[in-house]
Design a protein around this ligand. Structure first.
Ligand code: FPP
Length: 238
């Protein structure tokens, strides 16, 4: 395998990495801190990893920030995650300098008006960026996304008896984006948890026991090196 000399990265990088940012609660518990401290640390890791993916030339990074099921958590924890997103968005003037294009995936109607305005501003302010496409899945559920897409198609008068895979894909939140090549889940869990279930049909997976707040550039390097050694056949032969 060919490696770029400077940072030992393989020549073939995944176009699209998707990450389930898991383990914030356990990270905090280990330190005798409230779960919300784990999410704060996780939000910092998110920013570092997004910057690093941008730096090494990854085209798409999609992170799972809040699922349609996460509303079941205690209110103070939900509020703390929304506050972290709020603060990140307020800081989003920095997106321009970083050349990162941000987009939110999910049913945003359940979020506050204030958050919706900040999201629209952040997406708009970064729309011309040519670096990393950074997708933040928020109030996102894979099944919800598919049901939504079918409802949209039905409402538009499309003939659902003639529905194609492409048409369905075109109506998902990820419309126009490549499917994730590599899905990373830290914290020793081996589940997809309703994440990008349509788009992950041919994804490769990489797992680590590291908890998300401790996840680093080194983990991304290991994941992409592992990815480069995989033999992807998409159901065919070699
Ligand atoms: C899963 O870990 C993590 C979440 C449900 C929230 C992730 C949110 C962030 C990292 C902050 C998002 C902020 C921005 C700016 C994108 P867990 O709480 O389930 O951990 P556990 O399994 O150890 O309890």
């Amino acid at each position: 395998m060919l490696f770029k000399k400077r940072n030992k990265l393989p020549e073939i990088l995944p176009d699209h990495i998707a990450i389930i940012m898991d383990g914030n609660g356990r990270w905090a518990k280990k330190r005798g801190l409230p779960r919300t401290a784990g999410h704060s640390a996780g939000a910092k890791t998110f920013q570092n990893i997004a910057r690093y993916c941008n730096k090494i030339g990854i085209k798409y990074l999609t992170v799972y920030a809040f699922s349609t099921e996460n509303w079941k958590r205690p209110k103070d924890e939900v509020d703390a995650i929304m506050k972290l997103l709020h603060d990140y968005l307020v800081d989003s003037v920095n997106f321009k300098d970083e050349n990162i294009k941000v987009k939110f995936l999910g049913d945003l109607t359940r979020l506050s008006d204030e958050l919706n305005v900040l999201i629209a501003d952040a997406e708009n302010n970064s729309k011309d960026a040519t670096g990393l496409n950074l997708n933040i899945a928020l109030n996102y559920g894979g099944r919800d996304e598919i049901v939504n897409a079918v409802k949209k198609l039905a409402a538009s008068g499309a003939d659902l008896t003639a529905l194609t895979e492409q048409e369905l894909s075109d109506n998902l939140y990820t419309s126009g984006m490549p499917d994730p090549d590599l899905i990373i889940r830290p914290s020793g869990e081996y589940r997809l948890s309703n994440y990008l279930i349509w788009q992950s049909a041919y994804a490769e997976y990489w797992f680590t026991d590291t908890l998300w707040p401790d996840f680093s550039e080194k983990d991304i390097n290991e994941a992409v090196i592992s990815f480069a050694s995989r033999d992807r056949r998409y159901g065919g032969t070699k």
